[in-house]
Design a protein around this ligand. Structure first.
Ligand code: C5J
Length: 220
């Protein structure tokens, strides 16, 4: 398959060797009362990408492609949360604290679930990651290798933090990565714009960018 409208140039992919990776579309970031809001952010900005992401997810499922969902999640004893991560800054609630949706960024808590609109279905992978990147301490690379995956199409939040970190990790491991611009968002629009630009700069130094409708057109 060829996505002619991708930037900075066409993106070729084989559906059997490509996974759609949705980063951290969990209640902690997208709904009020979670980690995103404790940091002082307006979470409604992130909720705006849900319809576009739902459309791509439906088309990808229809085409039969592999779907990977990630969640930023720590063990309940926080043994995988470095103090440097937990204690930095002055959020109103820290990782592990009890919030309106349960303990912040802790696996199994209500706030840690993928939002209902994008809930994983049988056969899709759900990767809990203690870091910002999807490849740190998750075994994701080994699973993708075993499945023969060479290309990754990314959406999710936030663009400049967990999405960009995951794309850079993937790029260094040899994957050809594409970011769906309308399926990713930041609490800071200027950070999203900069991240999108830097990903595709210098001849796709981190990867390609395109929109959900452009990808869906290539799938048909
Ligand atoms: C952040 C994420 N921003 N999923 N996490 O802390 O981007």
């Amino acid at each position: 398959m060829r996505l002619n409208d991708a930037r900075p140039f066409a993106y070729d992919f084989d559906l059997d060797r490509t996974a759609l990776v949705l980063i951290d579309m969990q209640r902690d970031f997208i709904e009020p009362g979670g980690f995103g809001e404790t940091l002082g952010n307006d979470v409604s900005l992130l909720a705006a990408i849900v319809p576009a992401t739902q459309a791509v997810l439906a088309a990808w499922r229809q085409a039969g492609g592999l779907v990977v969902h990630t969640r930023e999640a720590h063990r309940p004893d926080l043994s995988d949360c470095p103090p440097a991560k937990r204690l930095r800054g002055a959020p109103s609630l820290r990782i592990g604290d009890e919030g309106p949706m349960g303990r912040i960024l802790v696996a199994g808590e209500p706030g840690n679930q993928i939002i209902d609109a994008l809930a994983p279905i049988e056969g899709e992978w759900v990767i809990d990651k203690p870091g910002k990147g999807a490849f740190y301490a998750t075994g994701l690379h080994e699973r993708l290798q075993a499945r023969g995956i060479t290309h990754l199409v990314f959406g999710g939040v936030t663009t400049e933090v967990c999405v960009q970190t995951s794309m850079r990790e993937a790029n260094d491991r040899g994957y050809d990565c594409l970011l769906l611009e309308d399926c990713t968002e930041s609490y800071f629009p200027q950070f999203k714009a900069a991240a999108v630009e830097m990903i595709r700069a210098q001849g796709a130094i981190v990867g390609w960018t395109a929109t959900g409708p452009q990808l869906m057109a290539a799938l048909t």
